[in-house]
Design a protein around this ligand. Sequence first.
Ligand code: PLP
Length: 462
Amino acid sequence: MVISREPVALAQPFEADRDALSPNRNLTPLTTALDSDGRLTVAGCALSDLARTYGTPLYVLDEATLRGTCSAYREALAKHYPGEALALYASKANSSLAITALVAAEGLGLDAVSAGELLTALQGGMPAERIVLHGNNKSREELALAAERGVTVVADNWRDLELLAELAPGLAEPVRLMLRFTPGIECHTHEYIRTGHLDSKFGFDPDQLEGVLQHLTGCPWARLTGLHAHIGSQIFELQPHRDLAGVMADALALARSMGHPVVDLNVGGGLGIRYVASDDPPSIDGWVSTVAGAVVAACQERGLALPRLLCEPGRSLVATAGVTVYAIGSRKDIPGLRTYLSVDGGMSDNPRPITYQSQYTAVLADRPTAEASETVTVAGKHCESGDVLLKDVSLPPATSGDVLAVFATGAYNASMSSNYNRIPRPAAVLVHDGVADLVQRREQPEDLLRYDVLPARLRSVG
Ligand code: PLP
């Protein structure tokens, strides 16, 4: 197979932005190219070949793009922050053993929000001292697992502290704690993914902070080493992140003045990515430069020794590395109104359009540069009229059996997937150097029956 390494001349508006330092600003994975037959390839693998081999829908993840975003964060933190710094991968974006192993190998840490994400992280090889556990309603078991394994617990509320105090007598070491508080910062993103404003279920209210810090001075089982705040997700503005630095530096000054050995300032994640050509997110370097500069300035103004700077990117680390491949099935033309093309997946493998009205970009995998002369709506196969993946987009005329590639699906797709309509979850492959490694097996319909229990008295019914 001949692979063109030149930037792919996809028809507008799909042309890739080739800023190698800003993989979150590209629409397509960094290794996207055309083979000698004009088919779309990622890491040297033709997407339609992958579809034939592994079936559809299929999540394809490009290793080079994921490693590229990891190194972009690592290098930007080293360049722009004079103190110690670490990016923690927000694994809610896409949690798997393979992604954990890659992110750990790239030297990042990880943020988990459940026992499931925590076990995945530990089994995927992430060192416990680089993991933090979040959650606004952690169970006793989740807290015990974190505390016993030496994972830092991000205390979100009084109940976390009560449960940890109960667990403490059985622990060999004091629990490393971070305190999460709501910074009271508004940003422009979908209300479901806004978390920094005061009316949020996450974190201590800022008015409670002093009382919590006071309480912890009398808790020998706790070692408060960090403060955390997160303002939301898919954010393109930089000003809210600047504002956050000031609010957090005030909290840092307060905590240190009360004797807490706070060394970590965790500013959360939130950097947006490009889903459609009109999206214009800051680059990873630009975001880090702003955040780091604001933290340094805020600490200097208050005469504070620089903390270790932590951030928790999810979407901007993994979204652009992902492409979802579907087979097109039925077509419905409603004259004068709309043409529906239905694919063999939909809201169960990508709930973002129906949840947040998110937009995506797609091409036909074997004719990515053909003239996009039709306006179509790409629908999923679920029993919901709202199960639409792409509304009124331009595509070349497509027929049943054509393979559709939807870009920027590496974050919050697999991790938010469901079995709605009892549809099995897709397989996932990691592509690199012309090779695809299976990293998630395809669920089978029988798998979905594994946890069903048919009571004996109903067995003979009918
Ligand atoms: N940290 C926390 C606490 C979050 O809730 C989230 C997601 O909303 C993230 C990090 C990751 O955000 P993003 O994927 O926008 O970078």
